[in-house]
Design a binder for this molecule. Sequence first.
Ligand SMILES: [Zn+2]
Length: 135
Amino acid sequence: MTEANATAAPAGKCDGCGATDVPLMKISLGRDFFGRVYDRLSPSADLSPKWYCDRCSVEKNLQRDFRDIKGEFEKLTKGTASALGQADQFERAKLRLKEIAALLAADALKPTLLKPEEVVALARAVESHRAGASA
Ligand SMILES: [Zn+2]
């Protein structure tokens, strides 16, 4: 009676940690941290869906937010238009980074997609940016 699992997870392997023989779920990232739609996940473009185990699906969401914030922060430091130019978004991003760092620091997650030190470094950079250059 293992046939039912085959239809739920055709790949049979987590795209994050590579675990097999675990329940997998297809991740639809939907919108990014700043509410923008992920093009590659629009139904017609979603050609290679990713499957993640329970733990990796949590981390995948953290990774998505981290990448969004990192990208926008780089724009901000270069002086180009950035979603972080808005004070409320900046505060939101700062809090989210702290939350991600705290989640990674906790033993609940064993990071395979994110590097905790990178998250901490970005959180610090964002923090000091706020202190230094407040528009
Ligand atoms: Zn996994």
